[in-house]
Design a protein. Structure first.
Length: 395
């Protein structure tokens, strides 16, 4: 495992961090046994940074159970979890959410505590006005929190303001070869590094868009350039090529993903990215930009939809229809509707209530984009045809 130094406190952090949001699950519930095997294997192979959040359903509690089953495991890792900014209405909420996280995780301290999903300088100002700064200083004094930072999903212009608004210990940004000019972007990465802040990177594969979902044309570009490497490896190596990056988070849910990413991390040193690879990535980026119309990463923060629409899967189907062809997108759209389980919900079921707006870290105009999905993929009478077909098959 490659390690990079936390410039603020000297901690040696694994360059590959384990993003626990996508732990193995069965029937929508975290599979504790499978997750335990994966986490223990990860730590045995050198990963020492585990990222979770209060809002990741069942996630903190699953980690806590894994720590309880494996005495000594907690002391080998740095836990990162997050305060749900949007739910904090009074100063009392700070204690409430931290206490719940500590209880779930079965620990007495959080190594890296983040303000979750800061979308603007104004959002931080609101939290600050509730007394967060004084509160976190006290928590650090009694060592319930060792390092404090924030995860960012806001406009590029606000990021430097956030960096200078408080004496942060680290920050977390979305960064990949498609997002150099998006949100914090490359300029934000450099700005944080110039201030001596460790930078944790999330979404290095853009929710899978730069891995298994890479458009065929982009794959051909990489192949024609003589790059036979897996596109996921390439995307991760692109991020690790930046010396300003401290940890790259990957949401691994299988042993195969874990082992491949560890192998990639071991040799992905700053400056190791070849010029030919950089040129191929640039060409692939141009093609990908044409294919992916909605910048959804599939995080699911927009859910549940009051009308039962599976918003991320609708957007995935829509993007697939451009990247891999209309018929494949249509097949994915029917699957996304839930038709196969007899409870179909389509983009047309969106009533524009706006319950999803404000939740999306990518600031997507979800009702408007669902209208685009409906226009491209929902042929006349599709809901009726699908529901009739399901009834026929169930007889």
């Amino acid at each position: 495992m490659q390690f990079r130094t936390d410039a603020k406190n000297g901690n040696e952090l694994s360059a590959l961090g384990f993003g626990c949001m996508r732990l193995p699950s069965t029937a929508g519930r975290i599979d504790i046994d499978a997750s335990e095997r994966l986490i223990v294997e990860a730590v045995d192979r050198g990963i020492n940074y585990l990222d979770t959040a209060y809002l990741y359903s069942g996630n903190e509690a699953a980690l806590g159970e894994i720590f309880a089953r494996n005495p000594g495991l907690r002391d080998k890792v740095h836990i990162a979890t997050k305060l749900p900014l949007a739910r904090c209405e009074t100063a009392a909420d700070f204690d409430k959410y931290l206490e719940r996280s500590l209880n779930r995780l079965r620990t007495d301290h959080v190594d890296y505590y983040l303000v979750h999903n800061v979308t603007s300088a104004a959002a931080w100002s609101r939290l600050s006005s509730l007394g967060f700064e004084e509160w976190v200083k006290e928590q650090k004094k009694v060592r319930r929190i060792l390092n404090v930072g924030f995860s960012y999903h806001g406009p590029k212009a606000d990021f430097p303001l956030l960096l200078d608004s408080f004496d942060w210990d680290f920050c977390q940004i979305q960064y990949n070869y498609m997002n150099e000019e998006y949100q914090a972007g490359t300029a934000g990465l450099m700005a944080a590094a110039q201030r001596g802040l460790p930078v944790i990177v999330m979404e290095p594969l853009l929710g899978g868009k730069l891995a298994g979902e890479l458009p065929a044309a982009a794959r051909s570009i990489l192949s024609d350039a003589g790059i036979s490497d897996d596109p996921a490896r390439l995307a991760l190596r692109w991020v690790w090529n930046h010396p300003e990056v401290t940890v790259v988070l990957s949401g691994m849910s299988t042993p195969e993903q874990l082992l491949q990413n560890i192998e990639t991390a071991s040799g992905a040193l700053p400056g190791s990215f070849e010029d030919s690879e950089a040129m191929a990535v640039e060409k692939a980026r141009e093609d990908i930009e044409k294919s992916y119309r909605v910048p959804c990463t599939g995080c699911g923060y927009c859910l549940p939809c009051p009308k039962g629409v599976n918003i991320p899967m609708c957007f995935a189907a829509y993007n697939t229809s451009f990247a891999h062809g209309w018929y494949q997108g249509m097949h994915q759209y029917i699957t996304a509707s839930g038709a196969m389980v007899g409870n179909a919900r389509f983009a047309s079921d969106c009533v524009g209530c706006g319950a999803c707006l404000g939740k999306c870290p990518q600031h997507i105009d979800i009702p408007n984009e669902l209208a685009s999905v409906r226009k491209r993929l929902q042929i006349p009478g599709l809901p009726t045809l699908v529901r009739l077909g399901v009834r026929m098959m169930s007889r």
